[in-house]
Design a protein around this ligand. Structure first.
Ligand code: AMP
Ligand code: MN
Ligand code: MN
Ligand code: MN
Length: 273
């Protein structure tokens, strides 16, 4: 059985609409799919009945938060989409996203880039504006050769467009997920480029705040990374999750359902569903 519990649609920074994403996941033989857009569950309002029936869909989200000066992502799975506390949290994160987009636009104006806000809002096409939309704009106006370069020069960790103080604290984000009956999962723990001792500090705080699981596999990763994350899952008594973090079919290395296998001995988030 193939479970992909971390993917993105056009409701945030993905390239496929929710229905296209489900169809693409079906093509890739995914049995269970979670659409985990950044700070929104809007995708679930767009899924047609045919797609609901095409496979098992687990309602999910990927919340943004910050810790020790870094953007940290918490995936929530098996959430009740109609939960008031969850939706109020989402509304506040979306407001923060909008304010942040204005701040990023202002910062870019300071480095002689014409006000990008309107163009970026058009690119987001109704979704919450994220840094990938700014990256696409910087490519479109010829400032950089590709989105990767936009992150490296303007938007990535420590660069002028890297604004993260706007997000709700980790404990708050986790409380929204739990209020909705979901499980809070630390997303892609190795993407934060923390030392292992710092990652342990993060995990300790995550657990203390009600976090219950860790993504031991996220997209393509080395077997050594999986082993070390599995050790951390055992050490902190966390369940484990997995996903592709799929965004765009133009990225040839990323496909729904395509990632290394989760070690068999671990407690899986889906065991309890
Ligand atoms: P935001 O939600 O605005 O903080 O943007 C975060 C998103 O930007 C991530 O979920 C990725 O999709 C994307 N991203 C982050 N770092 C990079 C990078 N170095 N290159 C390309 N995309 C990135
Ligand atoms: Mn993303
Ligand atoms: Mn993420
Ligand atoms: Mn993601």
């Amino acid at each position: 059985m193939i479970l992909d519990l971390h993917t993105h649609s056009t409701a945030s920074d993905g390239a496929l609409s929710p229905n296209e994403l489900i169809a693409f996941a079906v093509e890739h033989l995914v049995d269970v799919l979670a659409i985990t857009d950044h700070d929104t569950t809007m995708a679930y309002e767009k899924i047609n009945s045919e797609c609901w029936d095409a496979m098992t869909i687990v309602p999910g989200i990927e919340f943004s938060t910050h810790w020790a000066g870094r953007s940290i992502h918490i995936v929530g799975l098996n959430i009740d989409l109609s939960c008031d506390a969850l939706q109020a949290g989402i509304a506040s994160q979306q407001q923060a996203r909008l304010e942040r987009a204005k701040s990023i636009a202002k910062k870019l104006r300071c480095v002689q880039i014409d006000d990008p806000f309107d163009a970026v809002q058009a690119l987001a096409a109704g979704a919450g504006i994220g840094r990938p939309h700014f990256a696409q704009h910087l490519v479109n106006i010829g400032k950089v050769a590709n989105k990767q370069a936009a992150f490296k020069k303007y938007l990535g960790t420590g660069k002028l467009g890297d604004i993260k103080s706007c997000w709700a604290p980790m404990q708050t984000v986790i409380s929204w997920i739990r209020a909705a009956g979901g499980v809070a999962i630390l997303a892609h723990p190795v993407k934060y480029k923390l030392t292992f001792s710092k990652l342990r500090l993060l995990l300790a705080e995550f657990v203390q705040s009600g976090g219950a699981a860790i993504e031991v596999v996220c997209g393509q990763q080395a077997a050594t990374v999986t082993r070390r994350l599995a050790e951390l899952a055992r050490e902190y008594d966390l369940a484990v999750s997995c996903g592709s973090d799929f965004h765009d079919p133009r990225n040839a290395w990323s496909r729904p359902g395509r990632f290394p296998e989760v070690p068999a001995s671990l407690r899986k988030v889906w065991d309890e569903w």
